[in-house]
Design a protein around this ligand. Structure first.
Ligand code: FMN
Length: 180
């Protein structure tokens, strides 16, 4: 079986965001497993315009091309006004077929672990035919970050990340057979 490519998607793009810290932590745990190719996929790098507002289709094409290389995803999802970020929603809307028949896990954070954002994300993923797995690490802005800015995750989350990745890899491998 070929090695799966899993994108760790940073859902926030604002200046001062903490998502790169969370994404790198997930990637460190994932890389230590040695069971797939894991890469950080930063929405901010793609400079996606709001859907339909630009005549330049280059950024959306580059985004779709990147997604097409991936077999599965881990969304680093932060809670903004009880939902996901506008940047992540726009990135989800900015491709279609490239999402289909793939699997995803969610690592969320917020004052309530980002649970409300993650549940919204699950509904959107259903429409995009992305199969989201059950295990869902939730990080608290109060206990897993210092001053809400410096990421210091509690040890207990590592087992959850690994359990989530087990499920993402199993489903990513299974769903890949539908796309061949
Ligand atoms: C516009 C905005 C709305 C927010 N709304 C919520 C919220 O509804 N619930 C919550 O738990 N945190 C909320 N937060 C706090 C964010 O979860 C926190 O700032 C987090 O660090 C954002 O992720 P980021 O640093 O990667 O951008 C909000 C932050 C912003 C900027």
């Amino acid at each position: 079986m070929t090695t799966l490519n899993i994108g760790i998607i940073l859902g926030s793009t604002r200046k001062g965001r903490v998502s790169p810290q969370v994404g790198e932590w997930v990637k460190g745990i994932a890389d230590a497993r040695g069971d797939a190719n894991y890469e950080i996929v930063d929405i901010a790098d793609f400079k996606l315009p709001l859907l339909g507002e630009s005549d330049d289709y280059g950024p959306a094409a580059a985004w779709a091309t990147k997604l097409a290389t991936l077999d599965g995803f881990v969304f680093i999802a932060q809670e903004y006004n009880h939902s996901i970020t506008g940047a992540l929603k726009n990135a989800l809307d900015s491709a279609r077929d490239e999402w289909n028949n793939k699997a995803a896990g969610i690592v969320s954070y917020g004052s309530a672990g980002g649970a409300r954002a993650a549940e919204h994300l699950r509904g959107i993923l259903g429409e995009l035919q992305v199969a989201d797995v059950r295990v869902h690490p939730l990080l608290s802005l109060f206990t897993d970050f210092e001053n809400g800015t410096v990421f210091k995750p509690a040890d207990l989350h590592k087992a959850n990340v690994n359990a989530m990745l087990d499920q993402v890899l199993a489903w990513s491998g299974a769903l890949k057979t539908l796309r061949q």
